[in-house]
Write a new protein. Sequence first.
Length: 195
Amino acid sequence: MFRVLVLPLFLSLFLSSAGFCTPPELPVTADRCAIHFALTGIVDEGCVAPDVATLGAARRLPPAGFDRGAAGLDSVPQEQGYFIRFPFNSADLTAEYQAHLERLGQILAAPKLAQHCIKLVGHADSVGGPAFNMRLSQQRAQTVANVLVAGSQVARARIATEGRGERALIGGIPGPHPLNRRVEIMVRRAGDDPC
């Protein structure tokens, strides 16, 4: 089972038109402290612990062999996730997500997380054919990897990317919904196994 290093998420939104509750997620404007806590479950130096009442669980992918050396989730809900969102039919990042990934890259490149492996899994909504959506999801994961490598000098060898196309839509919302256009970010300690 893939076990993330605790990815509690902060923002709960509701789909007013459809009446569906969306998965909570880390806001695109999240600062260094929130991102570090989302990745590690640990309050970083100089940061304040988040209000536990504001934390929530979001969907996470099924395992797939990325669990060795990961920290236990303990009392954290089973489903977790940290998503980067994309516009319709695009693998381009908005300026806000570009800035967010720069903050994320600085944290991942810092000594405290330098021994962690990063897994980026791209997704698409259900609009379009399966082959197109698979390519688009792979491009989205690669876009995030490229920004982390170029902008923050995170070693490419630490990053694994894959695309899931439309095979892992978020439950409880319609397949064409924009929340399905995402890249999921997961980390684990490298331990004795290389990334």
